[in-house]
Ligand binder design. Structure first.
Ligand SMILES: Nc1nc2c(c(=O)[nH]1)N[C@@H](CNc1ccc(C(=O)N[C@@H](CCC(=O)N[C@@H](CCC(=O)N[C@@H](CCC(=O)O)C(=O)O)C(=O)O)C(=O)O)cc1)CN2
Ligand SMILES: [Zn+2]
Length: 759
C-alpha cells in the first residue's frame, strides 16, 4: 500500500462568463440581432483561452476542457449525441437551432428546464423516446481540446457520462425510460473516446453525478456493464469517472471494481462519508484518485490543515492521488479580490473560484513536498480561520439567546376558523385572481438602480422612480380587474439579495455572479454571522402600494428556506440554527406588515423542494427544520391575516406532507406545464387549505388563450373545491415583457369570470 504516487492539482470546471459577464453580453447581443454568430463565437473562444492561461499560470497540473458552454452542458451533451427533438431540428441551423432548444423559437417550445441536483443552476432536460436515433457530433469537445493544445495545454475533456445523461433525460410522453436507450447510446461514447484519443487526449473525465442519488441495484448493474464496455475499448483515453454533491453509497464499490483508470470523488459536506467508505472497501489500489477536498460549492476558505489530513488518509488508498475542488467551480463566483466593499476581515474568510484554485495548488505542494513546504500558507490559513471563529460578526449573543416557544410555531387557530375571519375581512369572490409578486424588471428599473449605485441618482430620485412604477403596476391591476394586488417588486434587484442587503449577518457582493441558467445570473449573498433585522425592510413599499387602492395588496417576503438555499450559508453551525435566525427576522417583518394594515402576506419558498437532500435518508431531518422555520416566520399573525406561500419547481410529490405542515392559508404552485397534475395530488393528500395552481407558464413569452386558461381551471375545479381555489400565474413576471403580461392577465381574468359563472 505504499505505491501511491502524488499526482497533480486539477479542477472539473470553471466559471464560464468572464469577470465582466462578457459571455452574457455577447450572447444577448446575438439574440437581439445586434451582432452575428462569428462575433459571439469569437468572444466565447477568447474567454476560453483566457481561462486556460489563467488556470495554467495558477499552477494547475491538468486543466479541464469542454466544461465551457454557451448555455448549458447538459444541452451540449444532447447536441453531442444528436438528441435533438423533431420540433427543433427544423429550426434554422447551428447556433440558432441550439438556442431554439434552450429558449424556444416562434411557436416552438424549448426543452424543459430544471434544477441541477440541489444547486441553483438549471439544466435543459433532454427529450428522449423509443424513436430517438443518436448521431455523434463531437465538434465541440474536439474543437475545445484542439484549441487548448495549440496553446500548448493538454487538457482533460469533461463530458457528462452516459448513465447520468440518460437519468437526467425524460420521455415527454412518460411512456418509456431513457435508460433503456443505453445500448443505443454507448457506441457513440466509444466513438467519441476514440476520436479524443486520436486528437491526443490522454485522459477523459466522464461525470456521473447521478450516482450520488439513490439508485436501484438494476441501475448500478448497468453502471458496471457500461464502464466495463467503455474500458474494454483499445483506442481511448484513460477514463476518470467523476461524482460530486453527495456520497456514492452503493455506487462506490461498483465504480471501485470497474476497470476504469480513475475516480474523482467528493470528500466534502454530506459526501465526507465517502472517506470512511473508501477505506472500508480497501481503497482503489492501482487507480488514479482525484480527491475533491476543497468544497467547490461554498465560498468559505478551506481548512487546509484538515484537507491535508484527509489527503493523508487517502494516500495509500489509491495508485495515485490528485487534489481538486469537490465539483465544478461553476457554482461559485470568480474572484473575492474583485469585491472592493467587503469588510476586509470577512474577505479573508472567503475563497471564490480563483482562490479555490490556489488552495488546490497549495494542497498539492503540501502533499508532494510535506507541510513544511507550505508552512507560510498553512499559518496564514490558520490565522484566517481563527479570526472567523473569534469574530463578533459571527456570534451575536442577543440573536442567539432569542427564545422560541412551541406556541411560536403554529397559528393560534385552525385553518377553518382563520378562513372565516379572512373571508369576513377580504370579501373575495370564489376563484380570486392574483399574481405571484414581481412585474417586469424593465431595463429602466435596472438602469435606475445602476445610477443610484454610481451616485448619479439621489436616493429621493430613485425612490420616486420606484413609486412611479408601483403606481403604474397598481393601476394596471385595477384596470385588469385582479382581486388581490401586488406592488410589483420594482425595488428588488433579486428576491434574496434584496433582503440580504438589509439583514445584519448577511454580506452581499457586487461582482459575485453565478450562472443560474443561460445568460441569467445571481449574486448569492453570504451568511457570515448571526442574522437579525436592524429595521423594517418592505413596510414602506407595501403600505405605499396599499394606499393607492381599496383592494387588498399582498405583502411580499422571501422565506427562510429560500434565503438559505440561494445564499452561501455559514458552515460553522447547523443550517437549522441559521434558518431559525432568518425566520425570526422575517417574523418581525411579518408582524410589522400586519400592524401596518397589510391583510395578505406572501412568504415565498420556491427553493424548498430544490434543497431537499439528494439521499432519501437525509430528507426527514431537512424537512423538519424547513417546515419549522417557515411556521416560525409566519405564524405570529392574527386569524384575519392571510398568509400565502409560493413554490415554483415541479415534483412537489416528495414534499406534499411538508406543504400541508407549513399550514399557509394559500399556496400558489407551478402547475401549467404539467396540466394541473398537482391539483390531483393535493386532493389525494387531502390538502386542507387553499391553493392557486399556476395557469400560465411564465417561462416562455407565449400568451395563453382564454380557452387554454379555462381548460386549466376546469381541470382544477374537477378535482378540488372551487371555493378553495385561486387563479394565478406559475411564478413572478420579472423576466417577462409588458405586452405579454397585459395580454395574459386580461385572458386570465376573462377565463376566471367564465369559470365562476359555471359555479
Ligand atoms: N437568487 C435567485 N435565484 C433564483 C431565482 C431568483 O429570482 N433569484 N429564480 C429562479 C430562476 N433564476 C433566475 C436567476 C436570475 C434571474 C435574473 O434575471 N438575473 C439578472 C440579474 C438580476 C439582478 O441582479 N439585477 C440587478 C443588477 C442588474 C445588472 O446587471 N445591472 C448592470 C447594469 C444594468 C443596466 O444598466 O441596465 C450592472 O450592474 O452592470 C438589479 O436589477 O439591480 C441577470 O442575469 O441579468 C432570473 C431568474 C431560480 N433561482
Ligand atoms: Zn416562483
Amino acid at each position: 500500500m505504499t505505491s501511491t504516487n502524488t499526482g497533480g492539482a486539477t479542477v472539473y470546471g470553471y466559471p464560464r462568463q468572464g469577470a465582466n459577464r462578457q459571455l452574457k453580453k455577447a450572447t444577448e447581443a446575438y439574440w437581439a440581432g445586434r451582432t452575428d454568430a462569428d462575433t459571439l463565437l469569437s468572444a466565447a473562444r477568447d474567454l476560453r483561452l483566457r481561462r486556460l492561461v489563467e488556470l495554467r499560470d495558477a499552477g494547475l497540473d491538468e486543466i479541464p476542457s469542454n466544461d465551457f458552454s454557451l448555455y448549458d452542458h447538459v444541452l451540449d451533451t444532447a447536441w453531442l449525441v444528436g438528441a435533438i427533438p423533431r420540433r427543433h431540428a427544423v429550426v434554422g441551423e447551428g447556433l440558432d437551432r441550439y438556442f431554439a432548444m434552450a429558449r424556444g423559437a416562434a411557436d416552438v417550445p424549448p426543452l424543459e428546464m430544471t434544477k441541477w441536483f440541489d444547486t441553483n443552476y438549471h439544466y435543459l432536460v433532454p427529450e428522449l423516446g423509443p424513436d430517438t436515433e443518436f448521431t455523434l457530433d463531437p465538434t465541440k469537445p474536439l474543437t475545445e481540446f484542439a484549441e487548448a493544445l495549440e496553446h500548448g495545454i493538454l487538457t482533460r475533456p469533461v463530458v457528462l457520462g452516459p448513465i447520468s445523461f440518460l437519468l437526467l433525460a425524460k420521455d415527454p410522453t412518460g411512456t418509456s425510460e431513457p435508460l433503456a436507450l443505453l445500448d443505443r447510446l454507448l457506441p457513440l461514447y466509444i466513438d467519441l473516446l476514440g476520436q479524443l484519443r486520436a486528437a491526443g487526449a490522454e485522459w477523459v473525465q466522464l461525470d456521473e453525478p447521478a450516482l450520488v442519488t439513490d439508485q436501484p441495484a438494476a441501475v448500478l448493474e448497468r453502471v458496471a456493464e457500461t464502464y466495463a464496455a467503455l474500458a474494454a475499448e483499445r483506442v481511448r483515453p484513460k477514463i476518470l469517472v467523476a461524482s460530486y454533491f453527495d456520497r456514492l453509497g452503493d455506487a462506490l464499490p461498483v465504480l471501485a471494481d470497474s476497470p476504469v483508470e480513475g475516480l474523482a470523488i467528493d470528500f466534502t459536506g454530506p459526501a465526507v462519508a465517502n472517506l470512511e467508505h473508501l477505506a472500508a472497501i480497501g481503497g482503489v489500489p492501482g487507480k488514479r484518485l482525484v480527491a475533491g477536498v476543497v468544497n467547490g460549492r461554498n465560498i468559505w476558505a478551506a481548512d487546509l490543515a484538515a484537507a491535508l489530513t484527509t489527503l493523508d488518509t487517502l494516500y495509500g488508498l489509491a495508485g495515485s492521488l490528485d487534489v481538486s475542488a469537490s465539483c465544478s467551480l461553476l457554482h461559485v463566483p470568480l474572484d473575492v479580490t474583485l469585491e472592493r466593499d467587503l469588510h476586509p476581515e470577512i474577505a479573508g474568510w472567503l475563497a471564490f473560484a480563483r482562490q479555490k484554485v490556489a488552495e488546490v495548488v497549495t494542497l498539492r505542494v503540501g502533499l508532494a513536498e510535506g507541510r513544511a513546504a507550505i508552512a507560510e500558507a498553512l499559518g496564514d490559513n490558520a490565522d484566517r480561520l481563527a479570526s472567523r471563529v473569534g469574530s463578533p460578526i459571527v456570534r451575536v449573543p442577543e440573536v442567539r439567546d432569542r427564545a422560541v416557544t412551541d406556541a411560536d410555531l403554529h397559528r393560534a387557530s385552525p385553518y377553518e376558523k382563520r378562513r372565516q375571519a379572512q373571508q369576513a375581512r377580504l370579501a373575495l369572490p370564489d376563484l380570486p385572481t392574483t399574481t405571484i409578486g414581481s412585474f417586469p424588471q424593465t431595463s429602466e428599473l435596472r438602469k435606475a438602480r445602476a445610477e443610484l449605485r454610481a451616485g448619479r441618482l439621489s436616493d429621493e430620485a430613485y425612490e420616486d422612480a420606484m413609486r412611479a412604477e408601483i403606481r403604474s403596476v397598481i393601476a394596471a391591476q385595477e384596470e385588469l380587474g385582479i382581486d388581490v394586488l401586488v406592488h410589483g417588486e420594482p425595488e428588488r434587484n433579486d428576491m434574496v439579495q434584496y433582503f440580504a442587503e438589509q439583514l445584519a449577518g448577511f454580506v452581499a457582493t457586487r461582482h459575485g455572479w453565478v450562472q443560474s441558467y443561460g445568460t441569467r445570473y445571481v449574486r448569492p449573498p453570504i451568511i457570515a454571522g448571526d442574522v437579525s433585522r436592524p429595521a423594517p425592510m418592505t413596510v414602506e413599499w407595501s403600505t405605499y402600494a396599499a394606499s393607492l387602492t381599496p383592494r387588498p395588496v399582498k405583502g411580499m417576503l422571501t422565506g427562510p428556506v429560500t434565503m438559505l438555499a440561494w445564499s452561501f450559508v455559514r458552515d460553522d453551525q447547523p443550517e437549522a440554527e441559521t434558518a431559525r435566525q432568518v425566520a425570526l427576522a422575517l417574523r418581525d417583518e411579518v408582524a410589522d406588515l400586519e400592524s401596518a394594515g397589510i391583510a395578505v402576506i406572501q412568504v415565498d419558498e420556491p427553493a424548498l423542494r430544490e434543497t431537499l437532500p439528494l439521499r432519501q435518508a437525509d430528507r426527514a431531518a431537512y424537512l423538519e427544520w424547513a417546515v419549522t422555520s417557515f411556521t416560525l416566520a409566519t405564524s405570529g399573525v392574527r386569524d384575519e391575516t392571510q398568509i400565502h406561500t409560493h413554490m415554483c419547481y415541479a415534483e412537489f410529490g416528495d414534499v406534499l406532507q411538508a406543504i400541508i405542515d407549513m399550514d399557509a392559508d394559500v399556496i400558489s404552485l407551478e402547475a401549467a406545464r404539467s396540466n394541473m397534475a398537482i391539483v390531483t395530488d393535493l386532493t389525494a393528500a387531502a390538502y386542507p387549505n387553499e391553493v392557486g395552481p399556476g395557469v400560465w407558464d411564465i417561462h416562455s413569452p407565449r400568451v395563453p388563450s382564454v380557452e387554454e386558461i379555462i381548460g386549466h381551471l376546469r381541470t382544477a375545479t374537477a378535482s378540488f373545491p372551487a371555493n378553495r381555489l385561486w387563479v394565478n400565474p406559475d411564478c413572478g413576471l420579472k423576466t417577462r415583457g409588458y405586452p405579454e403580461v397585459h395580454a395574459t392577465l386580461a385572458n386570465l381574468v376573462t377565463a376566471t369570470a367564465a369559470v365562476r359563472s359555471d359555479h
